[in-house]
Design a protein around this ligand. Structure first.
Ligand SMILES: NC(=O)c1ccc[n+]([C@@H]2O[C@H](COP(=O)([O-])OP(=O)(O)OC[C@H]3O[C@@H](n4cnc5c(N)ncnc54)[C@H](OP(=O)(O)O)[C@@H]3O)[C@@H](O)[C@H]2O)c1
Length: 329
């Protein structure tokens, strides 16, 4: 394995540069996948309450920890404060619930999932109007939420804290009041949506970038269809340049897409529940992209956002929603 398997966060903790994404994976799928992933060498797992699989992940982790097959300090577990609880008053109870579901005493990093916040019913479900459109919570404030997030580190429930889906201006507001700086900003990043300004800003501030949907989130099409959302989504693994570079190295297009991101010291969290594919996504250190190949991939940027949150109908009404320019419906 290459020496760049970990990046050091501004909190001093080390984060494995490849993690396993778990969105859109059912309990059964995720339980089987985490077993295979841990066996294959994954130690970093990305989840969130809105993926509804923390309990299943917790069951596998407990089995591995109880059997002594892995030590807690070898794992890097990421979970998130959901948009349904994105307010200072909900942080303490929400992390407590995630830790109980994951059967852990602490997570390695706790992220504010989105800068937007939505109203909930008493049972915690998203409050929808008669047309099924969610109501934004206009009272929430990312800076007061951040101050509450800092307490999670102080009381030992998370080793580090960070954000997700924040743009530069939102990060600047947090940085102004932060006693603990965000350790990572997790946002969509792949050859078709490179967000170079945001990447550069994060790096200049010592904030590690975590690239979500690094393979273009192919599975989102199926998910979109469930809510009747039809979008023409590109298949990044079918881009001729990507396929040609992959063939030249005897690797797959997915491996090329991941290696290109990792080479920029950006963490990747590809999701797969398929044993062969998830192993493949970890096996990216035995080849090197040439400067020419890397430049070719960098030229593919289309500013094309796949994960535009259109599944959360109504979120564009929140003042912190920043994906408007690419919003497609
Ligand atoms: N913070 C946020 O708001 C946010 C938003 C989106 C995602 N995320 C996180 O980022 C993770 C990754 O993003 P994502 O799930 O959107 O998309 P992704 O990782 O870019 O793509 C996953 C899709 O690619 C397929 N795939 C995986 N490896 C492959 C390979 N080697 N060859 C061919 N196909 C492959 C998967 O299918 P199979 O499973 O069948 O292999 C799945 O359909 C998520 O799971 C989640 O943990 C966070």
């Amino acid at each position: 394995m290459a020496s760049n398997q970990f990046l050091t966060l501004n909190s001093g903790h080390k984060m494995p540069i490849i993690g396993l994404g778990t969105w859109q994976a059912s309990d059964e799928e995720v339980e089987a996948a985490i077993d295979v992933a841990l066996e294959a060498g994954y130690r970093h797992i990305d989840t969130a309450p809105i993926y509804r699989n923390e309990k299943a992940i917790g069951r596998v982790l407990k089995r591995w920890l109880d059997a002594g097959k892995v030590k807690r300090e070898e794992l890097f577990i990421v979970t998130k404060l959901p948009p349904t609880a994105n307010r200072a008053s909900d942080v303490a109870a929400t992390i407590k619930k995630s830790l109980a579901d994951l059967q852990l005493d602490y997570v390695d990093i706790y992220l504010i999932h989105t800068p937007i916040s939505v109203l909930t019913n008493e049972d915690g479900t998203i409050k929808l109007d008669s047309e099924g459109i969610m109501e934004p919570d206009l009272t929430s404030d990312i800076t007061t939420t951040w101050t509450e997030m800092e307490k999670v580190v102080a009381n030992g429930q998370a080793k580090s804290i960070g954000v997700s889906n924040f743009d530069q201006e939102q990060l600047e507001r947090v940085l102004k009041i932060a006693k603990i700086r965000p350790a990572t900003n997790q946002f969509e990043h792949h050859v078709y949506l490179q967000q170079r300004d945001l990447v550069d800003f994060c790096k200049a501030q010592g904030i590690v970038v975590t690239a979500y949907s690094p393979l273009g989130s192919k599975g989102i099409a199926k998910y979109n269809a469930v809510v009747g959302l039809v979008r023409d989504l590109p298949d990044l693994m079918d881009i001729p340049d990507v396929k040609q570079i992959a063939a030249a190295h005897g690797k797959t297009p997915a491996q090329v897409l991941l290696r290109w991101i990792i080479d920029r010291d950006i963490v990747v969290i590809p999701k797969s529940t398929n044993p062969e594919r998830l192993k493949q996504n970890l096996d990216v250190f035995d080849f090197k992209l040439t400067a020419e190949e890397s430049a070719k991939l960098s030229k593919l940027d289309q500013n094309f956002r796949v994960c535009d949150f259109s599944l959360l109908r109504g979120c564009e009404r929140h003042p912190e929603f920043r994906f408007k320019n690419q919003y497609t419906k």
